[in-house]
Design a protein around this ligand. Structure first.
Ligand code: SF4
Ligand code: SF4
Length: 147
């Protein structure tokens, strides 16, 4: 599965793009592969933040936001497809992000079918982060040994 079967279509996306400003959206490896296939270079649309690979902002806007529209909408990252529904790892709860411009217009309870895909997605991000960090540690060890 490279694009989730289920997603949350934001009914305000034709007139709102708040979540595409100063985004910190993390991408999974399968997102990165899919977007690279569109002809984009990793360095231009991604940056590393606390071990996660997140969308790069240009002048406080997501790299892919042009004229207030997402230019890769059909291929946008998995996290963008679930937003504004987010998973709180500490409480194991699904909530509407209070940074969403229309937070009061969404009812998190009606998005039950998205809970498992989102939970899976979050654990995948954490696992990929751990793999990247282990790779970095291994490369450092090799450098220190002069291998
Ligand atoms: S990829 Fe598209 S939907 Fe996601 S933050 Fe960027 S512009 Fe917005
Ligand atoms: S900020 Fe909220 S309402 Fe606006 S586009 Fe994003 S998800 Fe939709």
């Amino acid at each position: 599965m490279t694009i989730p079967d289920l997603e949350l279509y934001c009914p305000f996306s034709d007139r709102c793009y708040e979540c595409c400003l100063e985004t910190e959206m993390p991408l999974a490896e399968r997102d990165i592969t899919r977007i690279e296939k569109l002809g984009f270079q990793i360095d231009e649309f991604l940056e590393e933040q606390d071990g996660f690979m997140v969308l790069r902002n240009i002048a406080s806007k997501c790299f892919f936001l042009k004229e207030n529209r997402c230019t890769i909408y059909e291929n946008r990252p998995e996290g963008c497809r679930y937003y504004p529904l987010i998973y709180d790892l500490d409480t194991d709860e699904f909530v509407i992000d209070d940074l969403c411009a229309h937070v009061i217009d969404f009812d998190p309870n009606i998005y039950q079918p998205l809970h498992e895909p989102i939970r899976y997605f979050i654990y995948m991000l954490l696992s990929e982060k751990e793999i990247r960090e282990e790779k970095t540690r291994e490369e450092k060890r090799k450098r220190e040994k002069g291998e």
